[in-house]
Design a protein. Structure first.
Length: 437
């Protein structure tokens, strides 16, 4: 099929790469002309495993074209996906100015039937507004359909998530729109959930909120574990093996971050309020998540006592492993708070340092974990990159001023670390030797 993707961000680029890989001709549009000219040369602005390979391959065989012209996109495609970001306004409400603009521009360039598909995460009823906007600007003279097809891609595994989805959600109002999308996704052989547009829009917000709720739930349990000396990893395993609960998203830590969960939870609280429902549960989910960072800071303070003039070594800056994304990364708030107390920060991340340099001041960025540890008063883990799981701990112990590890992602086994001679503090982990010290 000939399709267009409007927006060359994470979602737009991954969608472009994967649809072209599946044999479609894709035009990817962005109004950032600098980004587009780099993409034309094969320079990918983000790190996402597998993305570059797909884009380079399909640029070469001419299945992908990058452009800044919506007119070109509308003229040459039957299906147009909107995959632009919907940033949060000051009160958490999603800013839909971009979506409205694009809907208008699509309408003004339409000459015949088009299917316009929302892929961005948008409040329920946005599809209705997109439809009205297009109707107004085409003066009701041209046939079109609007559909909702939310993405569930996780950064770091987005290509794999696209190619092997748990389900594909298709929200449509006509058989024609339904048939086009079913055909487009046929090669993926995934379960389809075909529903109306509003339900599809809600599925996206509801899934992200549910996942965030799972994380805050286990983080709340971790606090109880810390108080009574139980182990949250074992508790999570015990509850997660119940198939009704499931093991995923039960890792306690410094809280969720990223470009989706924090923004989507705010937006959902806001949408609910607007339509007359006070989503108290989600407010608490958000509160627990915010507190989790403070709780982690307190652990560092309780161990180091005075932070002024202490050197703290930090491993991991991205909001999760396998991405260079630091949007809403817990590392940023934690590092800034430590600096406010007078601590000096040394940090290392395999991919996110370039982006972190633009946000963090006075941090010494190091070339590896060992340089971070050299003469630091403690080692703090904020992101669970695989390479941090297998370090030379004897070397680490020699390099640190004192053998102290505070692990915000529970990547090590407390007993093993203690055996190696470390004082080890995790989140809700059983560390009886030190808890009552
Ligand atoms: C999320 C959704 O998973 C995806 O479906 C949606 O399309 C976009 O938002 P993403 O933000 O890429 O994806 O990351 P995800 O893997 O969901 O993790 C989000 C945050 O939760 C990260 O900060 C991660 O560290 C944290 N997390 C996740 C936990 O703290 N504990 C867990 O058990 C799982």
């Amino acid at each position: 099929m000939n399709i267009s993707i409007i927006g060359a961000g994470y979602v737009g680029l991954v969608t472009t790469a994967c649809f072209s890989e599946l044999g479609n001709k894709v035009i990817c549009i962005d109004n950032d002309t600098k980004k587009i000219s780099l993409l034309k040369k094969g320079v990918i602005p983000i790190y996402e495993p597998g993305l570059e390979e797909f884009i380079l391959k399909n640029l070469k065989n001419k299945r992908i074209k990058f452009s800044s012209s919506i007119k070109e996109a509308v003229n040459n495609s039957q299906v147009i996906f909107i995959a632009i970001s919907t940033p949060a306004l000051a009160d958490g409400e999603a800013d839909l100015t971009g979506i409205e603009n694009i809907a208008r521009n699509i309408a003004l360039n339409m000459t015949g039937y088009r299917l316009i598909v929302e892929k961005s995460t948008v409040p329920v009823e946005t599809g209705q507004w997109v439809k009205q906007t297009i109707q107004i600007y085409t003066k009701d003279k041209i046939k079109f359909d609007v559909a909702s097809n939310p993405e569930f891609l996780r950064e770091g595994s987005a290509i794999n998530d696209f190619m092997h989805p748990d389900r594909i959600v298709i929200g449509v109002e006509s058989k024609r729109a339904r048939d086009i999308l079913v055909e487009l996704y046929k090669p993926l052989k995934a379960p389809l959930v075909i529903t109306d547009i509003k339900s599809a829009e809600l599925i996206k917000h509801a899934s992200n909120s549910f996942l965030a709720t799972k994380i805050s739930f286990i983080n709340a349990i971790s606090r109880i574990c810390d108080k009574v000396g139980a182990d949250v990893v074992e508790v999570a395993e015990g509850i997660g093996l119940d198939k009704r609960i499931g093991k995923a998203f039960l890792n306690a830590g410094v809280g969720y971050g990223g470009s989706c969960f924090p923004k989507d939870i705010d937006a959902f609280i806001n949408i609910s309020k607007k339509i007359g429902y006070d989503f108290e549960l989600l407010k608490i989910v958000k509160k627990i998540n915010e507190e989790q960072k403070e709780f982690f800071l307190q652990k560092i303070k309780d161990t180091l006592w005075i932070l002024k003039d202490k050197t703290i070594g930090v491993l991991g800056l991205s909001f999760k492993p396998n991405t260079d994304d630091i949007r809403n990364a817990p590392s940023i708030d934690i590092i800034k708070a430590l600096q406010n107390e007078g601590a000096f920060i040394k940090a290392y991340d395999p991919y996110a340092m370039e982006k972190a340099r633009l946000i963090l001041d006075k941090v010494r960025f190091c070339r590896d974990a060992y340089e971070v540890c050299k003469n630091s008063d403690c080692l703090v883990i904020i992101t669970e990159w695989d390479e941090f799981k297998e370090l030379d701990f004897l070397r680490i112990k020699r390099l640190l001023k004192r053998p102290l590890i505070i692990d915000g992602r529970n990547i090590y086994e407390p007993k093993a670390m203690e055996k190696l001679g470390f004082r080890y503090i995790g989140i809700g982990r059983k560390t009886p030797k030190y808890l009552n010290e």
